[in-house]
Design a protein around this ligand. Structure first.
Ligand code: DGY
Length: 332
């Protein structure tokens, strides 16, 4: 059986697969991203694929796969996979939930602090040899302690960020989520509010929901206009949740004070206007990039593959739950 791994990932997952080397052959691509044509070619005889976020696993790619049984993405998000098509074809989709929670929450906090305390700007200033004398008015930003954090999406990552903010900075926590989270509410003194209320009352708004048809473009002109003029917008979730054109106008016209983005509407492309703005902090989709998180992600993706190919059961971190009862009879 063949497992296609589309990019270099930490060794942990490869070690899991190596245990079954008499039955599993690994096609390990460590170079630049595969084009759609290369992907279709490589997936043809693969029983399993471990793709990464930029791999577009759409209906066409699945049609090119003759024996594919599992798509074990090296990510928690799965908006790069046509899950409905996979389910229709009886292909399992597995992901790597949970282990990157702290990493992403820490990165969201790092972005908020960098933006507010203007660290990238100050760094550029020092490197440019501009620090000639101490200036009492240089790079002043807000205090974070005691301010209000508004979380759009209050799942594992949102709640973790709330913990850092609540216990580290004594911040008030507001959240907007279709689901109520009473336990986290009492632990964190958090309040579930309508989106408008969150936008109008938060000093930092941070996005932590999945990208879905409903959340795509949910932060646009109207929403940005509801935010406080001194507030910051952070996005470590998925780029298309924020309308970037509207955000650029908001940043230029001072509807909000700044934005920090780890994800972009048309990744890896970043709009040139965003790059020019000083009240923006950018990072290249690295919120989950701690060794701890990435090693675990690698292991979990491989475990998903082993569950299906060797243990002949659905992957332990199953996305398309409709297939939970599937019996795997066709795997030899
Ligand atoms: C994910 O896993 O979905 C993150 O965006 C990248 O690790």
């Amino acid at each position: 059986m063949k497992v296609l791994i589309t990019r270099e990932i930490p060794q942990a997952g490869l070690k899991v697969l190596e245990i079954y080397k008499d039955r599993i052959e690994v096609d390990y691509r460590q170079g630049p991203p595969l084009s759609q044509t290369e992907l279709k070619h490589a997936i043809k005889d693969a029983d399993a694929i471990i793709p990464v976020i930029p791999d577009d696993i759409n209906a066409d790619v699945m049609a090119a796969a003759d024996v594919l049984k599992i798509i074990a993405t090296y990510s928690v998000g799965y908006d790069h996979i046509d899950v409905a098509k996979a389910t229709e074809k009886g292909i399992f989709v597995g992901n790597t939930p949970g282990n990157l929670t702290e990493a992403v929450a820490e990165h969201a906090m790092a972005l908020a602090l960098s933006l507010g305390r203007r660290i990238p700007e100050a760094d550029r200033y020092c490197r440019a040899g501009k620090y000639k004398y101490w200036d009492p008015m240089l790079f002043i930003g807000p205090k974070f302690t005691g301010k209000t954090l508004g979380l759009i999406g209050f799942g594992r990552i949102g709640q973790n960020f709330a913990k850092l903010a609540r216990f580290g900075f004594n911040m008030r926590i507001l959240y907007n989520d279709p689901i109520s989270h009473p336990e986290a509410e009492s632990l964190l003194d958090a309040e579930k509010v309508e989106l408008d209320v969150l936008l109008g009352n938060s000093d930092i708004v941070s996005v932590h929901c999945n990208l879905t048809d409903e959340s795509c473009g949910m932060i646009g002109e109207q929403e940005l206009k509801k935010m406080k003029p001194l507030s910051y917008l952070i996005n470590t979730a998925r780029g298309p949740i924020i309308n970037e054109e509207a955000l650029i106008t908001a940043l230029k016209e001072g509807w909000i004070a700044g934005a920090a983005l780890d994800v972009f509407e048309d990744e890896p492309k970043i709009k040139p206007e965003l790059i020019k703005l000083d009240n923006v902090v950018l990072s290249p989709h690295i919120a989950s990039a701690t060794w701890e998180a990435r090693i675990q992600m690698s292991r979990m993706a491989a475990e998903n593959v082993v569950d299906v190919l060797i243990n002949k059961k659905p992957p332990r971190y199953l996305v398309n739950k409709d297939l939970a009862q599937s019996t795997i009879t066709s795997i030899s």
